[in-house]
Design a protein. Structure first.
Length: 464
């Protein structure tokens, strides 16, 4: 029995539970998981994981890198974004290929391939965004042939030219059913949202409330109504639906009720909705925290953690869409001009481990299911990704159970010069990250070469 590398002495999170074991790697794959593997292959290189957890590499299935948005371009590209991810134990990301003006779905994918090639440190693929239904509807089957199994529609962002209406959502879900693919939906109710924004867009209210208007104009019913409508089209068409970045307790209730009726709907939340509430908008730098949908109330936070435990929330992602302080300053006191989004890849695992596992909300096994195993399966990347099991890619993170690092933007890999978690003491940064058997983070520092990440073709999506 010969192996190339053996990770020894760690507590390994496997689909069957957390066990004391070695993990043996041959080439890019996990070859064996068990006790005493080092003795079987004395020539193999060893990585000492004693006193550490060995967990599956994290999949961040909701990421925007180098995205032209809100009058600027998001500040993390495939170089900085994937270096940041690797430090946080992320070994796979899924970005969104959004067609530029007049582009086909195929051109959108080509554009995103160009952003990633030669730069990405970790493996990646894209959700394909359907932004102009009448033009794009006949291109979906071809994209499935090309290895893309997930599509995305936005219920807002008319001014970006990205908005889809009910007709598009209905038709796309019918197509998803035919092709066995999955539609991701950004669910916010645009007409009522626009009305609330218009009512509040006065110099007096902006002077009085500043960035708090972002939360004031997006009450929970803005998300809930849109989720309800998307679920309705899902139920009548039978097409697989996945609600992205769900932020409200009401949303979780609707998804749970629909799942109880066997409606094929899934929902992710993002780490910021599990640990930040809308009191951040009252801070002097509150505008930095603006993202769509915005972070909500403490009761929503608790409901979303419950949803992760009970099952209606299937994954934790980041919706990384990084803007620097200088970019965020474009708002000049008008919340409708804030570039929407926050950095997240580097802190996904540390925040969710610290808040989830160390504060007793999830077990480590549960967390790994929500960060790796379930998203891999739902996004059509299993069995290659998402679990420490023989035959899978050797994508692994080795984390210390309690050692904390203080979040300091000066030491982060992201291009952001701030972090929503600035000053937080977080455990769960990756001491060692392996991607397809190669060490890309060693002693908390990135050592892997840019451009080594590979595009991941997919054939399936959803739970069917
Ligand atoms: O604020 C956000 N979320 N920015 C990225 C675009 C989106 O809606 O996912
Ligand atoms: Zn969105
Ligand atoms: Zn997004």
């Amino acid at each position: 029995m010969s192996f190339d590398k053996i990770i020894t002495g760690g507590q390994v999170v496997t689909p069957a539970g957390t066990i004391d074991a070695d993990v043996a790697i041959r080439g890019e794959k996990i070859a064996a998981v068990g006790e005493g593997l080092a003795a079987m292959s004395p020539d193999a290189a060893t990585i000492d994981a004693s006193g550490h957890y060995v967990i599956p590499g994290v999949l961040d299935v909701h990421v925007h890198l180098e995205l032209p948005f809100c009058g600027t371009t998001s500040a993390d590209d495939y170089r900085t974004g994937t270096r940041a991810g690797a430090r946080g134990g992320v070994t796979t990301l899924i970005d969104f290929a959004i067609p530029y003006d007049g582009d086909s779905l195929g051109q959108a994918a080509d554009n995103w391939h160009k952003k990633a090639e030669g730069k990405s440190l970790i493996d990646y693929t894209f959700h394909i965004c359907v932004t102009r239904w009448d033009e794009h509807k006949d291109q979906i089957a071809g994209m499935v042939e090309r290895g893309f199994s997930t599509f995305k529609e936005f219920m807002i962002y008319e001014s970006e030219g990205w908005q889809s209406d009910d007709r598009a959502m209905f038709g796309t879900l019918e197509t998803m059913r035919e092709l066995g693919s999955m539609l991701l939906v950004h669910a916010e109710s645009s007409r009522v949202l626009d009305e609330l924004i218009a009512r509040h867009h006065t110099p007096e209210l902006m002077a009085k409330y500043g960035a708090q208007l972002h939360a004031i104009t997006r009450p929970n019913f803005i998300e809930a109504e849109a989720i309800e409508r998307a679920i309705h089209w899902c139920e009548v068409t039978g097409g697989q639906l996945y609600i992205v970045h769900m932020s409200t307790g009401e949303g979780a209730d609707l998804v749970r009720a629909a799942q109880a009726r066997d409606v094929p709907v899934l929902a992710e939340t993002c780490v910021q909705y599990l640990c930040l509430d809308d009191s951040v908008f009252a801070r002097d730098d509150g505008h930095l925290y603006a993202c769509c949908p915005q972070v909500k109330k403490p009761a929503d936070i608790e409901r979303l953690w419950n949803g992760l435990r009970d099952g209606e929330v299937c994954a934790i992602s980041t919706d990384t869409c990084t803007f620097t302080r200088e970019q965020k300053a474009m708002w000049e006191g008008d919340w409708t001009k804030i570039p929407m989004g926050m950095p997240g890849l580097e802190t996904l695992l540390p925040v969710s481990y610290t808040k989830g596992v160390l504060e007793g909300r999830l077990s480590l096994d549960q967390l790994c299911r929500k960060l790796s195993t379930d998203p891999a399966r739902i996004m059509g990347l299993a069995p290659r990704k998402g679990a420490i099991t023989p035959g899978a890619d050797a994508d692994l993170a080795i984390i210390h159970p309690t050692k904390t690092i203080k979040v300091d933007p000066n030491t982060l890999e992201t291009n952001a010069d701030w972090s929503p978690y600035n000053g937080w003491e977080l455990a769960g940064f990756s001491r060692t990250t392996l991607s397809r058997g190669e060490v890309i983070v060693d002693d908390y520092k990135v050592v892997g070469a840019e451009g080594r990440g590979q595009w991941l073709p997919r054939k399936s999506a959803g739970l069917a």
